[in-house]
Design a protein around this ligand. Structure first.
Ligand SMILES: CSCCC(=O)C(=O)COP(=O)(O)O
Ligand SMILES: [Zn+2]
Length: 215
């Protein structure tokens, strides 16, 4: 289905965002982090719009035609295509942080297992790992980096409310896990969002190894 753009969004801008999303998705799929059509990816286009993956597509085979425009309430703009089922989690991040320009959500095995293992605590406390410094604002391994684990639900407004409550509590947030589901993270650009995702995947794998080796 074709994408009609609002008059104030140049095609070149939308295409650049769509290509960046598709390129990132293909690379993350090669790591095995987007099994069975799971995962979704987006980039801000302007203050009122984001480009996001169309629901149900194989994220390892995305091209420009698999990306569509939504408004910041998560509604499709200029297309009859259906945006990601989890679009509201992306647009929430863009609404809360005007400097965020890319949001990534994946379903790696490590993310999924860690989310189940730590769900009862509601948070994974990352501490003592040098790679924590890959997360924006963290300058030392001595920081405690809280990664919340929210209960899964098919009802997006409930998830949005859980995330809002955490943010309103005043704690920094660069990522969260959803129990049995996967991770959401973001950044000021695609490179920062990718760095956060790769660092957190590594840190979660380390935490799982520690559990295995010390229990
Ligand atoms: C088969 S994965 C279930 C849905 C999901 O969690 C996901 O990340 C993909 O949903 P989308 O609508 O964005 O394709
Ligand atoms: Zn998902």
């Amino acid at each position: 289905m074709s994408q009609q753009l609002p008059a104030n969004i140049p095609a070149a801008l939308f295409n650049e965002r769509a290509d960046a999303i598709a390129d990132a998705a293909r690379e993350l799929a090669q790591h095995g982090w987007t099994p069975a059509t799971s995962s979704n990816f987006s980039m801000r286009v302007d203050a009122d719009h984001a480009a996001i993956t169309i629901s149900g597509r194989d994220k390892g085979k995305l091209g420009r035609a698999d990306i569509m425009l939504v408004d910041m309430q998560g509604k499709a703009v200029g297309t009859a295509s259906r945006p990601s089922a989890e679009t509201e989690l992306h647009t929430q991040v863009y609404r809360r942080w005007p400097d965020v320009n890319a949001v990534l959500h994946t379903h790696s095995r490590t993310q999924s297992v860690a989310s189940r293992l730590f769900a009862k605590d509601g948070v994974i406390k990352l501490e003592g790992w040098e790679l924590q410094k890959a997360i924006r604002g963290h300058t030392t391994h001595e920081d405690v980096l809280d990664l919340p684990v929210f209960p899964n639900t098919q009802h997006m407004p409930e998830l949005v409310a859980q995330v809002d409550a955490w943010i309103d509590g005043g704690k920094p947030l660069h990522a969260y896990l959803i129990n049995g589901h996967g991770i959401y993270t973001w950044g000021r650009d695609m490179a920062e969002a990718r760095r956060h995702l790769e660092a957190l995947e590594f840190l979660l794998a380390c935490e799982l190894d520690l559990r295995r080796l010390t229990s």
